[in-house]
Design a protein around this ligand. Structure first.
Ligand SMILES: Cc1cc2nc3c(=O)[nH]c(=O)nc-3n(C[C@H](O)[C@H](O)[C@H](O)COP(=O)(O)OP(=O)(O)OC[C@H]3O[C@@H](n4cnc5c(N)ncnc54)[C@H](O)[C@@H]3O)c2cc1C
Ligand code: SF4
Length: 459
């Protein structure tokens, strides 16, 4: 799908390119996907259909370069094509190029319009930033987050440790969200104590919103040989419907059931908004505005409002800020885990994956982000979900054939890193528990069996 400039005066005076479109592997690094798909932010903020040509490049290396989960590929390509269509409907000239790589696509456009500047919002990954600098790209501040990168840098530079909670409180004040007379609404910054409920027995959450497929969706589905689900919207309108659905049907319960899990309902009251926040179909300010408006009607308890807002203005911004502040990458096993997650997660973006996976998920950053590892055994999963009852394993057991793999590996993990955790006062209870285990030798044997079973696909 591509078009040539149709402006009356021949060539438009500049090219706005949505150029960080490609997930491209070159010496094992990633460029971001289509992630600036919003008319009012980034390079399109001041764009004018009379003057500007919009360029989107769909690269073959992107679509075929890795073993992408088809649903993710479908979501990203279809969202971009819908976005291109909406710009055309607004009167823009849009060049949607299919090229071998993003750079090849850009070069093609540069050849056609050699004198025109290329404008692009600052990319969301280091490598892409570097690559685009080499291609005469003029960068516009990336305003797809609520915190400008220099502002986060100045906060982080003043910190002894980078506690998210400290950053979050600053955000609440700076953005004036859930604040009353300079104090946090409800008298507390954080209501997490109220937000740890397991799912009520036989709990049936509201149904998920389904999204109809249109011609563009069907075309993309055929091209990539995929039968898409109806879970993910691929248009701005669908993303807004998802936001509305969350606010109406899920927001009130979001907080208390935030950590709950059930077999019947895979996301419970989570918003499912991250793919749209990450590709630009929604801007975080729109999400926050809708959340605050709903809270102000009195229909949303403070623990849900605060819990959700913390995710968006706290965690999301913090993770992005830390990505640019630290640039973490270890190059070892966590990296392999990261690569797998990149391939299969619908909302995977470079900035969010690296700190979450390396820092939060697998604690491979030396504890810079999280003061204690995000690790749990079967007992916690059993408490917070209804997964364990029908399971062949027993979450209480750590040794033997019936031992829950999570429980075994949890203790094994603590044991392997005992020397590091012993210095961490937040881990003292766990280490105390570990020291009291009388069956540690058997546990180590079971852990080896579990890991072998996982490798062989028998567990
Ligand atoms: C190991 C690991 C990997 C992750 N990988 C990703 C990823 O690839 N892409 C991604 O968007 N999120 C990732 N997250 C963060 C978080 O789990 C997802 O944003 C969330 O599950 C998305 O579902 P939701 O939209 O229903 O979120 P909700 O629970 O409804 O939260 C609302 C929003 O808050 C934001 N948010 C919440 N927590 C985080 C966080 N830790 N980092 C950044 N944003 C956050 C998201 O935009 C999310 O949509 C990861 C977390 C971990 C621990
Ligand atoms: S593997 Fe463990 S945590 Fe998972 S369902 Fe079975 S018993 Fe529960």
């Amino acid at each position: 799908m591509s078009r040539i400039a149709k402006n009356k005066n021949g060539f438009p005076p500049k090219i706005c390119t949505r150029c960080n479109l490609e997930f491209e592997w070159r010496k094992k690094w990633a460029k971001n996907w289509f992630d600036h798909l919003h008319r009012k932010y980034g390079a399109l903020k001041d764009a004018d259909p009379k003057d500007d040509l919009i360029v989107l490049v769909e690269s073959a290396r992107m679509t075929t370069g890795r073993n992408w989960h088809k649903e993710r590929l479908f979501f990203l390509i279809s969202s971009a094509r819908h976005f291109a269509q909406s710009l055309e409907e607004e009167g823009f000239t849009v060049e949607y190029l299919k090229a071998a790589t993003t750079v090849a696509g850009l070069k093609e456009v540069q050849k056609k319009y050699p004198k025109l500047p290329i404008l692009c919002a600052e990319p969301s990954s280091f490598r892409q930033f570097e690559a685009l600098k080499a291609h005469r790209v003029v960068f516009i501040e990336n305003d797809f987050f609520l915190t400008p990168r220099p502002l986060f840098q100045s906060w982080a530079a003043d910190q002894k440790n980078y506690l998210m909670e400290n950053f979050y409180r600053k955000q609440r004040t700076r953005l004036n969200v859930l604040m009353e007379g300079g104090e946090p609404s409800g008298g507390s910054w954080n209501f997490d104590k109220e937000n740890r409920l397991p799912p009520p027995k036989k709990y049936e959450g509201p149904k998920y919103l389904e999204h109809d497929r249109d011609e563009i969706d069907n075309q993309v589905a055929i091209e990539i040989s995929h039968k898409p689900t109806s879970t993910w919207a691929t248009t701005r309108r669908g993303a807004l419907a998802q936001l509305k659905n969350f606010i109406k049907n899920h927001f009130a319960e979001f907080g208390p059931l935030e950590d709950a899990m059930t077999t019947d309902n895979w996301a419970l009251h989570h918003s499912l908004l991250s793919p749209y926040l990450n590709n630009g179909l929604l801007h975080p300010s729109e999400v926050i505005k809708a959340a605050v408006q709903a809270f102000n009607t009195g229909a949303i308890p403070i623990e849900s409002a605060e819990g959700f807002i913390r995710q968006v203005i706290g965690w999301r911004e913090y993770v992005n800020g830390m990505y640019w502040f630290l640039g973490l990458i270890t190059g070892t096993n966590p990296q392999e885990f990261l690569e797998w997650m990149r391939e299969v997660f619908i909302d995977a973006s470079e900035w969010v994956m690296v700190p979450n996976v390396i820092g939060m998920g697998v604690h491979a950053d030396g504890g810079t982000m999280m003061t204690k590892p995000y690790a749990a055994g079967g007992a916690y999963i059993s408490r917070m979900s209804n997964y364990c009852k029908p399971c062949v394993y027993d979450p209480k057991l750590r040794v033997g054939e019936k031992a829950c793999p999570f429980t075994t590996l949890y203790w094994d993990f603590l044991d392997r890193h005992k020397a590091a955790f012993v210095k961490n006062h937040r881990m003292s209870q766990q280490i105390f528990g570990l020291n009291r285990l009388s069956d540690l030798p058997q546990l180590k044997v079971r852990a080896t069996d579990v890991l072998e079973g996982l490798e062989a696909g028998t567990i």
